[in-house]
Design a protein around this ligand. Structure first.
Ligand code: HEM
Length: 605
């Protein structure tokens, strides 16, 4: 599938038709902000945090509203029931067919070919999705856990050294975590020898290309001007594409050199290497595989690493939350005891991960407030379509926007507040309590109320993917193939107001891996360090204002934290005292837990 001009011609014909020719149905009845003649709302969206602007419109105009990028009309949807329908598997769902996705190809290959993530060819998507689903099975996630744990411990060692040698113990975490998870991905899923990879270069190249892709999404015509207006930037993007292309090619060559993998090998590279072109019956060619390798790398490290960075930000900004996490870790024997050289009483195990309900509530609340795929998942109408009470023509971009779904005042009470407790107090927190049939077009948000009546405790203790009633219920269970849902049929019918991994057939394939990585890295880091925001970050409000979309949501200036190892005795007086108290109080529990837990390889060093 090449990036042909056909796609763009179709796009501009749509613009013509939607603006001047052809029926508009109810399009112009959809409420929305006034825009500029010709440019529509582009000027409003040029800000780096354009998702915040979109949220403001959703709050003001309701669960369905409209704006435009030049002549391209966009219907922004944040009503949970309607989001569910649009992304779902049943009638009313829309295909992921939108010009915006083609810009991801900048990062996945420099040959101009579509990956299964961006293609409109459903056969290509199904071939890859189905053929690689096994790579994300429980057994494999457990296997990748070993790799993630090793790298998380190395990261913790690195943080300790950097904190000891830098001014005021400051460590830049966003980039560190990014590079570390790239290593996990390459080593765990592709079994690449990391000595031959410069993670820093790859990570910088990915960021450069994603920044450019992001600008093109907002202004598709940019491609024509950027070479003229900014040749130096163009060259930088081109070079970055080649750095990424070089990595994908090396991975491909390594895969081919390994030969045909045995049937029982289901790690990602083996699943990819086994794929056959349905047309020829032969293994996929280099041209076919490179974009797919790129798509997995693109999707697989930026997302998890920025989620971890946002969690660390929230934790550092809320000392009371951090103390509670420490006491939970302490009760499980996973908090550094405060003596010796950073030794935790026992090694973190895979089974521990779902058994840390408070830490997991912090992760869920962070993923609600700062979903890294904030601006996913975009869809497009391919025929006149009913969107809630409105009928819209073909070729309209419909945007069930994750950030607006999870942060709008019509879906949540006090959405701007960081409250991990909401996940503990209400096991149905991920779901809207009522669903509208009209798509919630009322600005008052009558479509779905956030008030929760249930107060049963949810200490999600079941393994990943089968946490019925948990935020991830209904998410794809990789073991069951592409379209499978792990939640009950009743859960699948309930409207979700929390979908950080998107929903429906094309939800996140790697979500079990992502969650495992986030939990593992946080448990290891928080077991060893007390984190404060570095003074250079300013107040938490400043960080919130400095959000940036570079396809994923990140902190514009990175995340600088003061990391205080528990052994240094440098924790803040308040923090240290409370943690020590919690540790003593929990020592009885820990004693029992330690006796029960079979620590596989003894204490950490
Ligand atoms: C916390 C971490 C992650 C988050 C929040 C996340 C979120 C998402 C979202 C929202 C989508 C849908 C995007 C759209 O339709 O526009 C998606 C797709 C995808 N994600 Fe993730 N993701 C995460 C981690 C991962 C990891 C670790 C992998 C590993 C390979 C991965 C692989 C994929 C793939 C392959 C797709 C495309 C699926 C398809 O088109 O069928 N993700 N992800």
């Amino acid at each position: 599938m090449s990036l042909g001009a056909g796609e763009e011609v179709r796009f501009y014909l749509n613009l013509l038709r939607n603006n001047w020719l052809g029926p508009k149905f109810d399009l112009l009845k959809i409420p929305g902000p006034p825009g500029y003649w010709g440019a529509g709302h582009i000027p409003y969206l040029m800000r780096p945090d354009y998702h915040v602007q979109a949220l403001e419109w959703a709050n003001k105009y309701g669960g369905i509203c409209r704006f435009s990028l030049g002549g391209q009309h966009i219907v922004l949807v944040s009503d949970p029931a309607l989001v569910q329908t649009l992304l779902g598997r049943g009638p009313g769902s829309l295909p992921r067919k939108c010009i915006g996705y083609q810009f991801f190809d900048l990062a996945t290959n420099h040959l101009g070919r579509r990956s299964f993530f961006t293609t409109t060819d459903e056969e290509q998507w199904l071939l890859i999705r189905k053929g690689t689903a096994q790579a994300f099975s429980q057994a494999n996630i457990r296997r990748y856990f070993t790799c993630a744990l090793k790298h998380a411990q190395e990261l913790a060692d690195q943080v300790k050294i950097t904190a000891a040698t830098s001014r005021a113990g400051c460590v830049e975490m966003q980039e560190q975590v990014e590079m570390m998870l790239l290593d996990v991905f390459l080593e765990g899923l592709f079994e690449v020898d990391l000595r031959r990879v410069n993670s820093e270069d790859i990570s910088h190249a990915m960021n450069t290309v994603l920044l450019e892709a992001n600008e093109r999404i907002k202004f598709p015509l940019r491609k024509m001007f950027v070479n003229l207006v900014s040749p130096r930037w163009s060259y930088k993007v081109w070079s970055a594409q080649h750095v990424l292309g070089g990595l994908y090619e090396r991975i491909f060559n390594t895969m081919r050199a390994r030969g045909v993998p045995p049937e029982d090998e289901t790690v990602l590279w083996a699943c990819l290497a086994r794929l056959k072109d349905p047309a020829t019956g032969k293994p996929l060619t280099k041209q076919q595989l490179l974009p797919e390798i790129g798509a997995f790398i693109l999707a697989g490290f930026d997302t998890s690493s920025h989620t971890i960075a946002w969690c660390l930000f929230n934790i550092a900004a809320h000392p009371e939350v951090q103390r509670r996490i420490k006491s939970e870790l302490s009760a499980s024997g996973l908090l550094h005891a405060g003596q010796g050289n950073c030794v935790t009483p026992r090694q973190l195990s895979y089974e521990d991960l779902p058994r840390l309900p408070y830490l997991n509530a912090v992760i869920d609340e962070t993923m609600r407030m700062y979903p890294v795929a904030a601006t996913g998942s975009v869809r497009e109408t391919t025929a006149p379509t009913q969107i809630g009470p409105y009928k819209v023509p073909e070729g309209i971009v419909v945007w069930p926007m994750i950030y607006a779904l999870q942060n709008s005042t019509h879906n949540w009470e006090e959405p701007e507040k960081f409250k991990p407790e909401r996940w503990l107090d209400n096991r149905d927190c991920a779901y809207a309590t009522t669903s509208s049939s009209n798509g919630g077009s009322s600005p008052s948000g009558s479509s779905s109320s956030s008030s929760s009546s249930s107060s049963s405790s949810s200490s999600s203790s079941s393994p990943f993917g089968s946490e019925a009633g948990s935020p991830r219920a209904g998410a794809a269970d990789a073991t069951a193939g592409p379209a499978a849902g792990a939640g009950s049929a009743a859960d699948a019918r309930r409207a979700r107001r929390f979908a950080p991994f998107s929903d429906g057939l094309k939800n996140c394939l790697g979500q079990a891996l992502g969650i495992m990585e986030v939990r593992t890295v946080l448990a290891v880091l928080l077991g060893r360090f007390w984190f404060d925001l570095a003074p250079s970050m300013g107040k938490p409000e400043t960080v919130r204002r400095n959000q940036q979309i570079a396809l994923t949501l990140k902190m514009k200036e990175g995340l600088s934290l003061v990391a205080k190892p528990h052994s240094s005795g440098k924790e803040t007086q308040q923090g240290e005292g409370a943690v020590a108290k919690a540790t003593r109080a929990a020592s009885g529990v820990w004693g029992r837990a330690a006796a029960l837990a079979a620590a596989p390889s003894g204490p950490l060093n």
